[in-house]
Design a protein around this ligand. Structure first.
Ligand code: ADP
Ligand code: ZN
Length: 730
């Protein structure tokens, strides 16, 4: 099936808009016509909305009533490849097309008038008709010599309307140019000298090189402990893509933390790659968006949304730390960037590299099923060895209340300090204390809008809800019994641990790293770079520090509460704890100095803790896989969550129960429905949430059945429904 590439004035075109309509609507092509995939502005009721020309119009609507496309926006049309990616991603995640389309259009400010992105300077010709207004424009430009201005600046300075300037452009008296902010990216050079790879690194790099050169789709799981050289190897895959004239995308879970990484890329290729993340300025994002589309930006390092950039010729996608749960977007469109990367690559014939020290069970299963290739890097680079792992049995430590660093751990930290090495204390909890309790009435301060406790952040002098972000000043009196001075922190957060450490080691330089303690990503990056260079003796941190930083002088990691992730009934809890603990442990002892990791635990005999201590990865995964197979859950079965939410809890449950009873479409494919039950987060921003879980065989056509099933429910009032394919917790 081939669609025309161009539509002439008056031809019917189907335009997909970013407004929640669900399907493309017919319009008439504007004067001058429009291309397939063009970004356009169309009328919708009284409004003008952004859309994309999605194909020929259906013509199933009264022709006289069909309106014209208002204008074609000044942006390269969306490629066929991108349209099919969005369509397939929408079908997979059961997301309405407009919401999916928004992911591909929201960042670049496409709706902006083109004048925002153009600059104007003196042209070569004189206008054939001179007016006062025109003369003022030209005089203004002459006055400033070679400087250029935006349309608004120039019009304002000359005291004319924008159309006067535009008129001069048509006569070449004023030159219109792309904004100079679109400075080109420096050329990256794959032939610069790379590090001499070890034997197994070289072997892995060769396989990837061949994959990239094949120009075909393929996925490789690149597995190796932290420090084994995974980055070194996938940079060679990036080099292969560059040589083949194709673009490369490297996805990282915590984009804020990439300064070291960017420098590495620069060192390898002689130029900085584009950096795409939520902290980037709009101008920078537009620049990347356009340059990527023109193929002039060769390498993008980005957060998950970088998957939706309009690559001209994408040949490689690297998903670093592929197991990381931050790849799963949990608001708006619920998608997992790892899976979407594979889909995107399959559509455009690119290679995918999934890199991890602790791959997800999903990826293991795909290797097992023959869908992914597996490459192992078996040793750490150089003489460094895996850290020695040990447990500290907290039952025997006799800690005083409100103390979290055991005597054993203190003694170990002391040894490192004496040797001039760094130690890290890890706790996966932001803020000062997870609970604020009234010692008079027993009340725990909770969020007004969520089913969550407020967490004290002493650094910010506020109580913060980690669910919805709501915060309020720390009250003097208990909001329940009004007793004054009775509110007390309970339990440790990273800030409180920092306080304890400062009391234990008054002489040591202590750095506490938590994302909320730094005003900007830049400040955080600077802090991390400083630590790597030795600006701290003791690093205290949350999950943030577990990811991919090199602290070469760090030789000890103490995990304050290794049991934390094991609580709760989530089937993925074991996997997550195992991955996080191994990752944190991997921070210790990179280069010459061997490292140690000590886990403080109250249950040293727990199978997950034992597997972590034994470093028995294959054994752990085999046991985990057997359990999941037995239960028929991902990756050996399929699951979906349906989240219903609304302000009235009874109405939400009624809708859930109604849906649960009408499960014919699901039963036909042998799927089961569980619930409704309160969702893992039962109330967010004042909305009550219930969840139905659907479980099906791996081969069942789950999406179609789900779509039929949820379509039966008429959403009344303020009720909302979201489908979560492959939920993170089950
Ligand atoms: P991973 O990504 O698996 O954690 P890296 O690629 O970051 O591992 O390698 C860890 C450290 O070892 C880095 O500083 C890297 O530059 C260095 N390294 C890895 N392989 C080599 C090599 N073949 N030659 C020199 N240095 C290497
Ligand atoms: Zn809240």
């Amino acid at each position: 099936m081939s669609s025309p590439e161009f539509f002439h004035h008056g031809d019917l075109v189907a335009v997909m808009s970013t407004q929640p309509l669900g399907r493309a609507l017919d319009y008439k092509a504007p004067e001058g016509g429009c291309r397939m995939g063009a970004f356009v502005e169309v009328p919708l009721g009284p409004r003008k909305v952004l859309g994309v020309v999605w194909g020929p119009g259906k013509g199933d609507y009264d022709l006289a009533k069909i309106r014209h496309v208002i204008r074609v926006l000044d942006a390269a049309p969306m490629r066929d490849e991108m349209r099919s990616f969005l369509e397939r991603a929408a079908a997979y995640t059961l997301t309405p097309m407009p919401a999916m389309l928004r992911l591909a259009t929201r960042a670049p400010g496409l709706g902006d008038p083109p004048s925002m992105r153009k600059v104007y300077r003196r042209g070569t010709a004189e206008p054939n008709k001179m007016t006062d207004a025109r003369r003022r424009v030209l005089e203004t430009l002459d006055e400033y010599g070679d400087l250029s201005f935006t349309l608004k600046e120039l019009a304002d300075m000359a005291g004319v309307t924008a159309s006067v300037v535009k008129g001069l452009v048509t006569q070449d008296a004023v030159r219109e140019e792309e904004s100079p902010r679109d400075v080109p990216f420096l050329q990256m050079d794959p032939e610069r000298p790379s590090k001499a790879l070890t034997e197994d690194q070289a072997a892995a790099a060769a396989v990837m090189d061949e994959g990239v050169r094949s120009g075909k789709y393929g996925t490789t799981l690149l597995r190796g402990v932290t420090g084994s050289g995974k980055t070194e190897v996938y940079l060679e895959a990036v080099a292969a893509a560059l040589r083949a004239g194709r673009q490369a995308l490297v996805l990282l879970p915590e984009i804020a933390l990439t300064e070291q990484f960017l420098e590495r890329v620069q060192e390898r290729f002689g130029a900085k790659p584009a950096e795409w993340h939520s902290g980037a300025t709009m101008t920078e994002r537009r620049r990347i968006w356009r340059m990527v589309g023109q193929g002039q930006c060769q390498v993008v390092i980005g957060a998950r949304s970088a998957l939706f950039l309009p690559y001209q010729n994408l040949g490689l996608i690297v998903v670093d730390e592929e197991h990381d749960s931050s790849y799963k977007q949990e608001e708006g469109v619920l998608y997992n960037a790892r899976d979407m990367a594979v889909l995107r690559a399959a559509i455009c014939g690119a290679q995918v590299v999934l890199a991890s020290a602790t791959p997800s069970l999903e990826s293991w299963a795909n290797v097992e099923a023959g869908k992914y290739r597996r490459l192992d890097l078996t040793s750490r680079f150089g003489p460094a060895v895996m850290p020695e792992m040990g447990a500290i049995d907290m039952r025997a430590e006799g800690l005083k209340s409100d103390r979290w660093v055991s005597p054993t751990l203190q003694a170990e930290v002391n040894k490192r300090l004496e040797r001039g090495e760094q130690a890290m204390l890890f706790i996966n909890r932001r803020g000062y204390a997870p609970i604020t309790l009234c010692r008079a009435c027993g009340h725990q301060i909770g969020c007004d809008d969520c089913d969550a406790r407020m967490v004290e952040h002493r650094f910010l002098k506020r109580l913060v809800c980690h669910q919805c972000g709501e915060s309020k000043p720390m009250p003097e009196a208990c909001p329940n019994c009004e007793a004054v001075g009775k509110l007390a922190p309970v339990g440790p957060g990273v800030e409180r641990l920092g306080e304890e450490a400062a009391a234990i080691w008054p002489e040591a330089r202590i750095a506490t790293l938590s994302s909320d303690m730094y005003g900007s990503a830049r400040a955080l990056k600077a802090e991390i770079a400083g630590i790597a260079e030795g600006a701290a003796d003791i690093v205290i941190g949350t999950q943030l520090v577990a990811k991919g930083h090199n602290f070469p002088n760090l030789t000890l990691v103490g995990v304050i509460d290794a049991d934390l992730g094991l609580q709760g009934s989530d089937l993925r809890a074991a996997e997550r704890t195992f991955q996080l603990m191994r990752q944190v442990a991997g921070r210790a002892g990179r280069a010459e100095a061997p490292g140690a990791a000590l886990l403080q635990t109250y249950q040293p005999e727990h199978p997950v803790i034992r597997a972590i201590l034994a470093g028995d990865e294959e054994g752990f995964w085999a046991a985990e896989a057997a359990e999941r197979k037995q239960a028929g859950v991902p990756p050996y079965g399929r699951m979906a969550g349906i989240i219903l939410s609304g302000p009235d809890v009874a109405a939400v449950f009624d809708a859930g129960n109604l849906l649960a009873r009408q499960d014919g479409a699901l039963r036909r494919i042998g799927a089961q429905v569980f619930g409704p039950a309160p969702a893992p987060i039962a109330r967010v921003r004042g909305r009550h949430r219930v969840r139905l879980l659907v479980k099906a065989e791996k081969s069942a056509p789950l999406q179609e059945a789900l779509a039929q099933w949820v379509a039966q429910l008429r959403l009344k009032g303020d009720l909302r429904l979201a489908v979560d394919i492959d939920p993170q917790s089950f």
